[in-house]
Design a protein around this ligand. Structure first.
Ligand code: SF4
Ligand code: SF4
Length: 442
């Protein structure tokens, strides 16, 4: 059973829809006792998961049952926030209907980052994932809602070719829209009525962890969850586009060592050995202390320190990200303290309320109920052969080939970690360049 499921997921090219794009066929090839469906929709404004749970819950539950069977897990929790009342009702109805008795609805508190995998595991199971560890180490697989939706389709041999994307901010019509993978961001924005402001930036992902696109002639990939159009001086944008040298300089001079960043860090609250204020302190002395530097490897880059905790408006997150990049380039990994993490005694009183966070981010006015739109199909898509963690897929088509939606266009290299890539529209392969396959409708 497991082998067949894993093979079908691999064939369908499924990668985690909620994060860095880890290939799902590797993740589910494991023995666990619990599967968590991550419907926290933790990033403010992103709405595709609650919508999928509201409108497509039967398919999501099909995917969940597949993963429960595959991993041997006895319990599956569908986790979402009570504020998504319609989704809550759909899930409860589906749970009541499910004959296996393994599935439970878990109502999450409305805080950030409730969707962080390690925080979610803690909230639902009470278990603490070890430092720099993964949920598997405590017998849990966490799966995104859209991944389960895709898994159910994979069992019917339908590959992953589409993505639900929230388009919001300063756009004509905010929406959650299903688009072919490879849809160009500018085409999608035009479909959403274009930008309402002349000068704007587009954040790819959520306001906390997303990145600002340098140009909008880029494709939607399997991991694109949202596009947020904002003024260039909006505080969600400005810190994301700051020059790293400037960040270090500001950090060294402005940090007042209040320790709020550490006191509200969700990973520190889990008991992990991360102390962002110490990293900031050592920066202000010009030379970073080595232990504090290594702790940057424990940062999940959630941005709670930068966007909520810090009274000085500086960013331990950016500093950690820069340090992490350097350490990882040098192959340095966290070796651990060897001690069991002990949760911070005040953890349960230090939840960051999403509503308050949105006020701080100045995005409350964009917190609407976007329309769900099925079926925007552009005339052209650009499909990258790398949309996942691992090796780029090997191109299986040539310029001039006719393809139909679902055809394999990129294969996992032999013995490598990776994911298959499929044509997302019917058309002609117009160009293959720099690892991107362009397909045009004919
Ligand atoms: S981004 Fe900040 S708050 Fe989040 S894990 Fe890293 S140090 Fe902690
Ligand atoms: S919250 Fe800001 S000012 Fe306070 S210690 Fe952290 S970085 Fe420094």
């Amino acid at each position: 059973m497991r082998e067949q499921v894993v093979e079908k997921i691999k064939n369908a090219g499924i990668v985690g829809a909620g994060g860095a794009g880890f290939p799902t066929h590797i993740k589910v090839n494991a023995d666990v006792d619990t599967v968590l469906v991550n419907g926290a929709s933790c990033e403010p404004l992103l709405m595709s998961d609650p919508y999928l749970m509201e409108k497509e819950i039967d398919t999501v539950v099909e995917g969940l049952n597949t993963i429960l069977d595959c991993t041997g897990a006895k319990k599956g929790y569908i986790c979402l926030k009570g504020k998504h009342a319609k989704a809550m009702k759909s899930v409860q109805d589906a749970v009541d209907k499910d004959s296996t008795g393994r599935i439970t609805l878990f109502e999450l508190k409305d805080f950030y980052p409730s969707g962080d995998e390690q925080v979610l595991v803690k909230e639902v199971t009470g278990r603490t994932v070890p430092e720099a560890g993964i949920p598997l180490q405590v017998g849990v697989v966490v799966s995104n809602v859209e991944s389960l939706f895709n898994i159910a389709k994979a069992m019917k041999d339908i590959p992953l070719t589409e993505r639900y994307v929230t388009v919001t901010g300063e756009v004509g019509q905010d929406m959650v829209v299903k688009v072919p993978v490879g849809t160009i961001v500018s085409d999608l924005l035009e479909f959403a009525g274009g930008s309402k402001i002349a000068d704007y930036r587009v954040v790819d992902g959520g306001p906390m962890m997303g990145r600002v696109l340098t140009d909008i002639d880029q494709p939607v990939t399997k991991v694109t969850s949202g596009l947020i159009v904002l003024p260039p001086d909006h505080n969600v944008v400005s810190q994301k586009v700051m020059d790293p040298a400037k960040i270090r300089k500001i950090t060294g001079t402005v940090c007042c060592q209040c320790t709020h960043c550490s006191e509200l860090c969700p990973r520190k609250l889990l008991g992990h050995s991360i102390n962002p204020h110490k990293i900031m302190r050592s920066l202000s002395f010009g030379d970073i202390d080595n232990k504090a530097r290594l702790e940057a490897l424990l940062c999940c880059e959630c941005g709670a320190c930068e966007k909520f905790a810090c009274p000085m408006g500086i960013s331990p997150r950016e500093v950690n990200a820069l340090i992490k990049k350097d350490l990882m380039k040098d192959g340095i990994r966290w070796e651990g303290t060897g001690e069991e993490p002990k949760n911070h005694p005040f953890r349960n009183t230090r939840y960051i309320p999403t509503k308050r966070l949105m006020q701080r981010l100045n995005i409350t006015k964009y917190d609407t109920h976007p329309t769900l739109v099925e079926g925007f199909v552009p005339d052209m898509v650009k499909i990258p052969l790398t949309q996942h963690i691992g090796a780029p897929a090997v191109c299986k088509v040539n310029v001039g080939d006719h393809v139909i939606k679902g055809d394999l266009i990129g294969e996992i290299p032999e013995n490598a970690l990776g994911a298959r890539i499929h044509a997302s529209i019917d058309g002609l392969v117009e160009n293959i360049e720099a690892g991107v396959v362009t397909i045009r409708k004919v």
